[in-house]
Each structure stands twice: as C-alpha cells, then as structure tokens.
Design a protein around this ligand. Structure first.
Ligand SMILES: [Zn+2]
Length: 106
C-alpha cells in the first residue's frame, strides 16, 4: 500500500494496526502529526455493524422435514460474512435465549 498525503503535508504510512470503534482496522498513520486515515471500505463495514447491533429482528421459522429453519436477514449475513453451507455454533442459556455465533471451524 502506498503512503497517503496527510493534512499536515507529510506522507502518512500504511499500517494494519489502527483501532476504529473497538475494531482493528488498517489504514495510514502520519508520523508527523499522528493523524490516522482508515481503510474506507473497512470503516464503512464497521459502521454498518454498529448500526446492526442496535437492531432487533423478528424472523419467521419455516420447516424442512423435522427441522426448523431460521432465516438470517441478508444485511446481517453480508455484514458478518455468513455463507450458505457455513456453520454456526448454537447454545441455549439459562433464560432460554438462543445464542448463535459463527463457528470458528467446521
Ligand atoms: Zn500529518
């Protein structure tokens, strides 16, 4: 990645070691003034995730043979990179809440 001209006139250097809203992100940091420029594509994704975290979804269950099928809204699956054929980890907590997490491995 090439450097980016900073507001101070110096060249900000590429780094994969920036933080944006608690997320790790890459971008450019100026060693002269400390200004940081985030990778715009990843910053956009983080903003979408923050928006989705405030949402509450009501989803309809359908049935395939004996299994109930949960439909995950496209904006959520896109935001957290869920794909058809991928795996989720499923647990029930003591309040009968269902907790779904992207599985770390198959
Ligand atoms: Zn600067």
């Amino acid at each position: 990645m090439n450097g980016q001209v900073c507001v101070c006139g110096k060249v900000a250097e590429y780094t994969d070691n920036l933080r944006f809203n608690r997320y790790k992100i890459d971008g450019w940091r100026c060693k002269n003034c400390g200004e940081e420029f985030y990778n715009p594509e990843k910053a956009e994704k983080i903003l979408i995730l923050n928006k989705l975290k405030k949402m509450k979804y009501r989803v309809k269950l359908t049935r395939v043979r004996s299994n109930l099928i949960l439909r995950i809204p496209k904006q959520v699956s896109d935001a957290i990179n869920l794909k058809k054929g991928g795996y989720l980890e499923f647990t029930l907590n003591n309040d009968d809440e269902i907790i779904l997490r992207p599985a770390t491995s198959n």
